[in-house]
Design a protein around this ligand. Structure first.
Ligand SMILES: C[S@@+](CC[C@H](N)C(=O)[O-])C[C@H]1O[C@@H](n2cnc3c(N)ncnc32)[C@H](O)[C@@H]1O
Length: 282
């Protein structure tokens, strides 16, 4: 397989052609299977170039399970995958991503709340939904490795509530704010290099972060137009360095958990002093 490319095609079809155990970390947000039918009161229908977002819920969930299992196969033992999704309702019935994430081969390390600070639907059927979920999925290194290695304090301190405003970008209906994949990749790689995957790459936000961190990347995207934009963005990754650097700057603490415990300090650590282990490429 060729590294540092964005392949245009259907993700499941492309994933099936990839070798086993190559990726260290991945981040993605799939289509949510609701955009074309349900329009929000604040935002218009989410319409992608090429992809249809109108499957039966059963077919959609089965496909997502297959995609996640293919990502599992292509991920190295000890690797992680961050899967962004959200709670949806279909005619009053709640659909929770946990329903299908739990049926995959992954160990579910954590459900992170992404506080977006903005709701798509402002009717009062429910409290305005301003959050989405990010599932931190982990591939065990050996049988029963259900806990995995400890996350260094400088990343764990960022908590399970992530607050990022969505990006408003005329090129794509819903790209990641670049801080989001930065947080995922930097926390897992912790300054090391690794091969990064985004199987629904859109306009390449995850891939830009990978490049800025000096990592190889691989993206899959159905729309040739988005794939082309992703390639162009990666080629100009330097122009997006400032926001990535700002996010990396948050990944530091004065004293690690272990150092605090050794010193008998009970208060939670504050952010300071220890230089971030992540370095952007010069
Ligand atoms: C939520 S967007 C991802 C946006 C991306 N995180 C970014 O920052 O640009 C989902 C993307 O999946 C693509 N897509 C939908 N179905 C696909 C499929 N079967 N295979 C590959 N890509 C697909 C859509 O075209 C869309 O760009």
């Amino acid at each position: 397989m060729e590294r540092n490319t964005v392949v245009t095609g259907d993700t499941l079809t492309v994933l099936r052609t990839l070798p086993d155990e190559v990726f260290a970390v991945g981040v993605t947000s799939p289509p949510y299977n609701k955009g074309e039918r349900h329009k929000g009161w604040l935002v218009g229908n989410v319409l992608y170039d090429k992809a249809t977002d109108r499957k039966t819920e059963k077919a959609y969930q089965e496909e997502q399970i297959e995609v996640l299992n293919e990502v599992f196969r292509t991920t190295r033992p000890g690797g992680s995958f961050f899967y962004n999704h959200k709670i949806r309702w279909d005619r009053g019935v709640l659909l929770h991503p946990y329903e299908w994430v739990a049926k995959t081969r992954w160990v579910l390390r954590q459900e992170i709340i992404w506080h977006r600070g903005i709701a798509a639907n402002i009717r009062g059927w429910r409290f305005w939904q301003v959050e989405e979920r990010i599932y931190w999925l982990y591939k065990p290194r050996y049988d029963n490795d259900l806990i995995g290695p400890e996350l260094p304090s400088r990343h764990a301190l960022l908590t399970s509530l992530w607050q990022f405003r969505p990006d408003d970008d005329p090129r794509h209906p819903n790209p990641f704010p670049i801080e989001l994949p930065t947080r995922c990749i930097a926390s897992i790689l912790d300054g090391k290099l690794g091969f990064v995957l985004d199987p629904y790459a859109g306009i390449g936000t995850t891939l830009v972060v990978a490049k800025l961190l000096g990592c190889d990347y691989f993206g899959i995207e159905l729309s040739p137009e988005y794939a082309k934009m992703a390639e162009e963005r990666v080629a100009n990754a330097y122009s997006e360095k400032a926001r990535v650097a700002q996010e990396l700057d948050l990944h530091r603490v004065e004293l690690t958990f272990k150092e605090r415990k050794a010193n008998g300090l009970s208060k939670p650590p504050s952010r300071r002093k220890i230089a971030p282990s992540q370095r952007l490429i010069p």
